[in-house]
Design a binder for this molecule. Sequence first.
Ligand code: ZN
Length: 468
Amino acid sequence: MRRIRLHDTMSGGLVELRPREDGKVGIYACGPTVYSRVHIGNARPFVVFSLLARFLEHEGYEATLVVNLTDVNDKIYDAARAQGRPSAELAAEMGRLYVSDTDALGLGRPDREPLASEAMGEIVAYIATLIERGHAYASGGDVFFEVRSDPRYGALSHRRIEEMDQGEGIEGSERKRDPLDFALWKAHKEGEDTSWDPREYLPAQSCPPEWAAGRPGWHIECSAMAEERLGVGFEIHGGGSDLVFPHHENEASQTRAARGHELAQIWMHNGMIRAGSEKMAKSVGNIAPLHEVVEKWGAHAVLMYLVGGHYRQPLAFSDSELEDADRRVARIREAMRRLRAGEASPPEMAHSRDAFFDALAEDFNTPKALASLFEWVREANRRPDAVGDADLRDMLDVLGLGSLTPTALADPERLYREAWALAEERQQARAARDYARADALRDQIRAEHGVDVRDVANGFELIPLEER
Ligand SMILES: [Zn+2]
């Protein structure tokens, strides 16, 4: 087994993956809030952590990937109200669309995709534990987490307590003991069309009277759902770098407070997709919906685009980036035409395949891995005899590109390109007065491509034989 090292935001360096149980890795990645269709920026963590799970499986681990859906949230209430429809209906519809939009990437589904609305029992029990242990308090119907009760608070985001803003604005501020505290539970408010009563899930004596019916805050659902599926201290927690604070800082703190243990061993964060100079975000209004991008470019090009940058770096989004990715996909498909499908690759070429997997083992460096993949392709192209495609398939599978097929021979555009290349060769032969070669090439073009070459001033034209 390769030694695998991943960048951990909490320690600020590379950490070796050391599973709790030999050969088993749990990954929890924060999923979308389902209030509108997902965009290419939301697809990045989905792809990064799906592919990381694939890589770990390739290395012999049994990986369990859990990606939640936040289906109870202020954004959902607001969007549903604006559309005049029930919030649960909007969330269910957007959840279904998220599944079909990400299905189109061809990576399959995460092993578990829990919904906040279906985890109320776990969430309520978690909050009750935090109250019991003196880390949370009910106030005016809400329940708040007492940030200063956790001496390690700030360990993930490396912020000083004075520089922290929970982003909750003035909402509930008069009920908080300290402005730093954040909501674990929000009492039902006018205009919200769903609510849950904690007394339905708890024995009456463990529910303070000030804790009213309502719904959870955002952060608590992930502590509860991650632990329920993967246990405490699982191997990898992932998400976008915009979630480090406050979301992940709060998740980490809640679990320390409730369990006396860190939630995860390694905290991985992917960089943002940028359109122009800004992060792509619904609030900025510069989003490219995933389904439109996949429709326009195809899933292979979209995956190639996403693995073209290191997951920790920001990634620029533009047509020219997607065009580049599309060309890289075409180069692989082109090379596949000469490969022997399903046959072993030459051992002398294995160094490129090994370098590919070594690059993934060192902080999942997909651009470095891709460079090795293309080195393999170049070497295959340079060889006089066709080689087996097994190594290439092995690499492509891990990138989610295993369904790539060779460029079809019947592709009219490429047939034309080939005929064009032969006609250019014929021009050169004529210029060199090698008329026998020129005639042979004309015959070849007619026979193989069904087009004739006609000499015209300054060059040639290609004319389909039927049209002559
Ligand atoms: Zn989360």
